[in-house]
Write a protein that binds this ligand. Structure first.
Ligand SMILES: C[S@@+](CC[C@H](N)C(=O)[O-])C[C@H]1O[C@@H](n2cnc3c(N)ncnc32)[C@H](O)[C@@H]1O
Length: 189
């Protein structure tokens, strides 16, 4: 399913499962190096590959948010079989409904429509210093703090990854207030 669908004001699937190329996953961690104190969210986590990679790259905990129940089931099975139940959680939900106040890093590979729709949510929920990495689609109007590029062998296209640090100045350099919200557990970790 391509593109977001608005029904009764609620967002449904922005895009189907298109996995990040295995050779491109390192771009997230090049832009946002992780440590044990990090809690990473992947918005639209598919088979969980970015969640597991985040733990491999040093995050303390990681949460995948995914609409597709079959993807969630598979990712949860994988977490259990790898003994990562206490560090990896998969929430079956629409990304717009999940509170991101406790995230220190957010990964997102969805669609241009999703970037636009999530922009006010990220601005209001993420705390100061939180990092956001968008794959392929930048957030319109946000000042980019870093870019990583990966190539597709045999193609002329490149895949770009965009880093933002909260509060993100807009393209004119105007700073917005970051918000530090009280922590509310919604992720089961
Ligand atoms: C392009 S794939 C990326 C998967 C994974 N993050 C990766 O990089 O391999 C996008 C995923 O987001 C899920 N998705 C799309 N819209 C969503 C929404 N509104 N809420 C939660 N998940 C969504 C899709 O089912 C799909 O698995």
């Amino acid at each position: 399913m391509a593109g977001s669908q608005l029904r009764n004001g609620r967002m449904q699937s922005f895009i189907g499962f298109v996995p990040t190329h295995p050779d491109h996953i390192s771009a997230f961690f090049e832009l946002a190096p992780l440590s044990l104190s990090d809690l990473v969210y992947d918005l639209g986590s598919g088979d969980g590959r970015l969640v597991f990679a985040a733990l491999d790259y040093g995050a303390g905990k990681a949460v995948g948010v995914e609409l597709d129940p079959e993807c969630v089931r598979k990712a949860r099975r994988k977490a259990r079989s790898r003994g990562l139940d206490d560090r990896a959680a998969f929430v079956q939900a629409d990304v717009v409904d999940v509170d991101l106040a406790d995230a220190s890093v957010v990964f997102c590979y969805l669609s241009p429509q999703a970037c636009t729709a999530l922009k006010p949510k990220l601005e209001s929920e993420l705390r100061i210093g939180a990092r956001v990495v968008m794959e392929s689609f930048p957030v319109p109007g946000w000042k980019i703090a870093g870019i990583a590029v990966r190539g597709y062998p045999d193609y002329y296209e490149v895949n770009k990854f965009y880093l933002y640090v909260m509060p993100v100045p807009d393209n004119e350099g105007t700073s917005r207030d970051g918000k530090v919200k009280s922590r509310q557990k919604t992720n089961g970790l």
